[in-house]
Design a protein around this ligand. Sequence first.
Ligand SMILES: Cc1cc2nc3c(=O)[nH]c(=O)nc-3n(C[C@H](O)[C@H](O)[C@H](O)COP(=O)(O)O)c2cc1C
Length: 178
Amino acid sequence: MSAVFERRSVRDFLPKPVEPDKIERILKAGFEAPSAHNRRPWEFMVITAPDDLRAIADMSPYAKMAVKAAAALAPCVNINRGNAAAPEDTWWCQDLAAATENMLLQITEEGLGGVWLGWYPDKTRVTAFSQRFGLPPHIIPFSVIALGYPAGPVQKADRFDPAKVHYGVYGKHSRLNG
Ligand SMILES: Cc1cc2nc3c(=O)[nH]c(=O)nc-3n(C[C@H](O)[C@H](O)[C@H](O)COP(=O)(O)O)c2cc1C
């Protein structure tokens, strides 16, 4: 099985906790992500209390499934490990996106399901999360991953589109000569 091709967003979960060793492996997958200059500017929030999951669901119109999730993991940037000297330097967004995707793939490997919830740069969501969970100003929540045991089968999809692949020159869709 390749998790890349099995992963799909899962938004409905069984009322069943996720084992701590699975959570730990998912976190470890986040730490393995590539990062610009190898800065590894991430820190991770682990949220499992039902009240807190309900609060997350209320912070975004697109996070309602968090109520049923067993846990929420939030990759955050430590801006002091990003490039604090240049706040406009947002390479860290790519670092944190790589960490988020690594975690989603490990969630799939663990037989779990999860969904990436967009957080940064939505100021309302960032502020609500930071206030609720006591984040200091240099820690910014980048994404929230709601996860748990899927309530139903996960549908696969083949999305490969050769029309969007260009060999050597834009518009050449075949790797054969001519
Ligand atoms: C940056 C980003 C933000 C997203 N935000 C949300 C969100 O707030 N709520 C949600 O249900 N899904 C969210 N998603 C998941 C997408 O809707 C999902 O990845 C897309 O529909 C493709 O489906 P798949 O993940 O099953 O391949 C987000 C995905 C990304 C990459």
